[in-house]
Design a binder for this molecule. Structure first.
Ligand SMILES: O=C(O)CCC(=O)C(=O)O
Length: 216
């Protein structure tokens, strides 16, 4: 796929109060981020989690960092241990931490210290239904979300599920940061369209950085 924006410098696109899209912010570091995803996935493989309601998620997930987002029959939780391997989640790669710190700072959240990174892998048809990120104890910390590979349509709404949705195309290297007034806004990803990206083939990856424990 020809990327018409490959030579453009990153630019900011406001999304909502407290939320911004940093277009192409991760473009340069993308190859290193993808290598680190592959290393992480060798230690804690991608898996399709089953929700407490018994639904198998279409997005495959793994985690790195001190805490990882996962599910069990009781609900959603952050755990230091990968339930699939019984070992701790792999550490947050340096290239992840650096990119996240730079993006959070560029978006106006210079103190953000993520302790959890959820890695989402979308294949054609995979989607994430509208949801709020509300399993984290300290909602003052923002979310930093990095898109890699195939483009996808990201939906961003408001505090109620029924609020009107903005639909934005997120492309390779785009980073969305939301916090403050929009920290609990509903968001989701529409089913991935079939395509080919030179770095990820038929996939889209997303890194979602969060502070899931108490601030150190
Ligand atoms: O894949 C994305 O762009 C968003 C991911 C997301 O909303 C999440 O992991 O909670």
């Amino acid at each position: 796929m020809l990327d018409l924006f490959a030579d453009e410098k990153p630019w900011h696109e406001p999304l909502a109060s407290g939320a911004v899209i940093l277009r192409r912010f991760a473009f340069e570091s993308a190859p290193a981020l993808l290598r680190a995803i592959a290393v992480t996935a060798r230690l804690s493989p991608f898996r399709q989690m089953v929700t407490p309601g018994g639904y198998t998620m279409s997005v495959a997930m793994t985690n790195c960092g001190h805490l990882g987002w996962t599910t069990d029959q009781h609900g959603y939780l952050y755990s230091p241990v990968d339930p699939l391997t019984g070992a701790h989640w792999p550490p947050l790669p340096e290239v992840f931490a650096e990119l996240c710190q730079q993006a959070a700072t560029a978006a106006g959240y210079p103190d953000f210290k993520p302790d959890a990174c959820l890695i989402n892998r979308y294949t054609p048809g995979a989607k994430l239904s509208l949801h709020q990120d509300k399993d984290e104890p300290d909602l003052r910390a923002p979310i930093v979300s990095v898109s890699l590979g195939l483009p996808a349509i990201f939906q961003f709404g408001g505090l109620r599920r029924s609020d009107p949705l903005k639909r934005v195309l997120l492309e390779h290297g785009d980073v969305v940061v939301w916090g403050g007034n929009s920290r609990l806004f509903y968001h989701g990803v529409q089913p991935l369209k079939t395509g080919y990206h030179p770095l990820t083939g038929d996939c889209r990856y997303n890194l979602t950085f969060r502070q899931a424990g108490k601030k150190e």
